[in-house]
Write a protein that binds this ligand. Structure first.
Ligand code: KG4
Ligand code: ZN
Length: 337
């Protein structure tokens, strides 16, 4: 079965072709980062308009790359939420119209489920059950994943998501958008420990997180010191140490709590090298294994959406006829179970 995947929930337009027999045939992403950079963040209306411009050319690109035609498509998976309402509607409208024309079913996908299952696209995919650490710009969650479609929330951020904390702190330090990769690059030049930042909720005894206080702590340091370039790098390094320290500690105790040995990491912050290093070391010490999606599939993309739609279909969760649709800008993942 050949599944076309469409992602348009935020500032990346992603299109991909996944074949249930042959695997991922092609995927292409257009990032709007350059366009939003001037505004210091995503402008929803601009995002929607750009998705409209990109979808058809991206579809042509993946079809050519996979040497397939539109008529070869058996089903269309698309991100139905959560995300920006207008941006979601562009992808949904495109997918539903194309599916109607091709007379194939649609497979509406939850964006976070797409992230969550994306490590299963790797050649040495993990087996169920596993614990998933979902760390994106909008969400920080620890989940127990029993099988496709069955997700138990263990804990989540009570305020800012990890990616959001990176982005906001980067802004405070005068770095561009998106801040996560920029802050990580600056942190690599610095030494943690010179400035001391808190490790919020490290010993709270649950699997919840809180990152908004860290941003304020960075702001306080920045206000009290005339920061040199080295100071900024040291502060960035300490910030990264604090966030990754709490994420890694809670992920490890979630594994222990569930009696499981496999940790799956998904979402944009999963690209962070320091986080990977800490998780790899900690889980190896427990005799377990950590699975990541390929680096290019950590951030938003169509491949994870095509794959997720296909896996749901194979798990007996059917799609539906194209034509009637809505999107869910707010959509708790637990609603799927
Ligand atoms: O999953 P994603 O692409 O989009 C959402 O669904 O939110 O995640 C984007 C987030 C942004 O906050 C970005 O700053 C962060 O992931 N990010 C990083 C790194 N690369 C991306 N944060 C820390 N270190 C990185 N290397
Ligand atoms: Zn995402």
């Amino acid at each position: 079965m050949l599944v076309l995947g469409i992602e348009s929930s935020c500032d990346e337009t992603g299109v991909a072709l996944y074949d249930t027999g042959a695997g991922l045939l092609a995927h292409a992403v257009h990032s709007q980062v350059d366009m939003h950079e001037a505004y210091g963040g995503v402008v929803p209306e601009l995002a929607s308009r750009d998705h409209i411009r990109r979808l058809v050319p991206l579809l042509e690109t993946v079809l050519a790359e996979a040497s397939r035609t539109r008529q070869d498509i058996d089903a269309i998976a698309y991100t139905a939420g959560p995300g920006l309402a207008g941006a979601l509607l562009v992808g949904a409208g495109f997918a539903e119209a194309l599916a109607l024309a091709l007379e194939v079913p649609v497979l509406p996908v939850h964006h976070l489920e797409g992230h969550l299952l994306s490590p299963l696209l790797a050649p040495d995919a993990p087996d169920f059950p596993f614990v998933a650490l979902l760390v994106s710009g909008g969400h920080t969650q620890l989940m127990r994943v029993q099988k496709v479609g069955s997700y138990e929330l263990l804990g989540e951020s009570l305020d800012d998501a990890a990616g959001e904390a990176f982005d906001k702190t980067a802004k405070l330090l005068g770095l561009g958008y998106p801040g996560g990769p920029a802050l990580a690059a600056l942190a690599a030049q610095g030494t943690p420990g010179r400035f001391r930042l808190p490790r919020p909720m490290l010993n709270s005894g649950d699997f919840d997180f809180s990152f908004s206080g860290l941003k304020t702590a960075v702001l306080t340091v920045a206000r009290d010191h005339a920061l040199s370039d080295q100071d900024r790098a040291d502060l960035a390094a300490e910030f990264q140490e604090a966030v990754t320290g709490v994420l890694a500690a809670k992920a490890l105790s979630a594994l222990e709590h569930c009696g499981l040995g496999t940790l799956v990491v998904a979402g944009g912050v999963g690209a962070n090298r320091r986080l990977r290093q800490r998780l790899d070391q900690g889980v190896a010490r427990m005799g377990g294994r950590v699975c990541y999606p390929a680096l290019e599939l950590c951030t938003d993309n169509g491949a994870m959406i095509a794959f997720c739609g296909a896996r749901r279909f194979l798990a007996g969760i059917p799609g539906r006829e194209a034509g009637a649709f809505g999107v869910r800008p707010r959509w708790p993942l637990q609603d799927l179970s």
